[in-house]
Ligand binder design. Structure first.
Ligand code: HEM
Length: 360
């Protein structure tokens, strides 16, 4: 009987020992890969739990900030791979592509000359306020473009040349320049819009200008008023792109305060898109950054072509934005209808002046 009781005790002790050992948390002594920390999930990886976390679901936090309740934000990986992958790659293709295209065009056509040569007589093309607006917008844009390109490509191009310390100094200074000059750009953009919008309304004449390729591949001069169709395209690209890049730049400068992306997606859904408007404030920032860079790169590519044609590419063009006075022959060849309108205005003003002159 005594033997039977002690046997019962031994079996019970063995059973409880086995129970305790099998539930003991060895992980806290030495976690190996694939195992989950903490006692609740046992020794094996809890796929559902990690999937839930990997999908960016929120847990609880006492930090009072919804972003810190998300343990893994997987969209961050997507954002980084888009930024460092296709965005940077296609941006570089675009910039090198336009430079190669312009170099080819220059070797094929040379500088576009004034066919009839300099007339020696000038006509006022842009008033001081127009030139001020242009250079405020253009000067700030060029610095914004260079400092922005440094943020995207600097670590691949400048860092190996300058070394970490110089590169860091330049990049920090560039970041401040980028932030503050954005306001100058917005002002210049708004002023240029007011100065030129009335001359940039599309008209039937533009179709003809485009049909003739703007005379870029032959020696023709399709008729144009103050701005031809090519310039109107540049104008609207700069105005709409400039406005959009200003909004996304604003969102990046004052982070987590706007929800323009989800609002834009909502509007796009009204015209047939199917985009999720349920995006977190962090995703909002990532999307704003990608959009900011895309619009910036597209504008940079267009502006390289604009700078070429406004300086090296065409004789007599730069004067328009320098002194504001252009050669009459240049004006007649490229903006013949505008010259006629200006001459008519002068005639009308002269007539008025004569009428108001007291009789002698
Ligand atoms: C060194 C740089 C630049 C040069 C030499 C330059 C030159 C010129 C010239 C000569 C014109 C007048 C063309 C005419 O008389 O018909 C012009 C117009 C204009 N520029 Fe620039 N520009 C430069 C940079 C920029 C930049 C960076 C922007 C915008 C961000 C810009 C936007 C415009 C716009 C919107 C117009 C009016 C439409 C047009 O002519 O295409 N420019 N520029």
């Amino acid at each position: 009987m005594t033997n039977y009781n002690s046997m019962k005790k031994i079996i019970l002790i063995m059973f409880f020992s086995f129970f305790i050992i099998s539930n003991f948390n060895f992980v806290s002594f030495g976690q190996t890969s694939g195992q989950v920390p903490g006692a609740s999930s046992g020794l094996n990886s809890d796929a559902d739990l990690w999937r839930y976390i990997r999908e960016g679901n929120k847990g609880n936090t006492q930090l009072g900030n919804e972003l810190s309740a998300v343990m893994i934000q997987s969209e961050g990986d997507n954002w980084r791979s888009v930024r460092n992958g296709p965005l940077s790659r296609y941006g570089a293709y675009g910039i090198f592509g336009i430079i190669i295209l312009l170099a080819w065009y220059y070797s094929y056509k040379g500088r576009i000359k004034i066919s009839k040569g300099w007339s020696g007589e000038t006509i006022t093309r842009f008033k001081a306020i127009e030139r001020f607006s242009h250079w405020l917008m253009a000067g700030s844009f060029i610095i914004l473009a260079l400092t922005g390109l440094n943020l995207l490509y600097g670590k691949f191009i400048l860092l190996p040349i300058l070394g970490p310390e110089n590169f860091s100094t330049i990049t920090i200074a560039g970041k401040y320049a980028h932030n503050f000059l954005s306001f100058a750009f917005m002002l210049g953009l708004g002023m240029s819009f007011v100065c030129w919008v009335s001359h940039n309304i599309p008209s039937k004449l533009d179709i003809e200008w485009l049909r003739q390729g703007g005379g870029l591949f032959d020696d023709s001069h399709p008729p144009a008023r103050k701005f031809n169709a090519g310039q109107k395209i540049i104008f609207w690209a700069v105005m709409l792109g400039g406005f959009s890049i200003s909004l996304s730049g604003w969102a990046l400068m004052f982070p987590f305060e706007t929800n323009m992306m989800s609002k834009t997606f909502g509007l796009l859904n009204m015209v047939g898109f199917n985009l999720s408007t349920d995006i977190t404030t962090l995703q909002e920032q990532q999307l704003q950054q990608v959009w900011h860079a895309i619009v910036g790169l597209v504008l940079i590519v267009m502006i390289i072509a604009h700078i070429y044609i406004g300086s090296l590419g065409m004789q007599g063009a730069f004067d328009a934005m320098n002194s504001g006075e252009v050669d009459r022959n240049w004006a007649k060849e490229h903006h013949g209808l505008w010259v006629e309108e200006e001459d008519q205005k002068t005639k009308n003003a002269d007539k008025k002046g004569n009428i108001n002159q007291p009789a002698e």
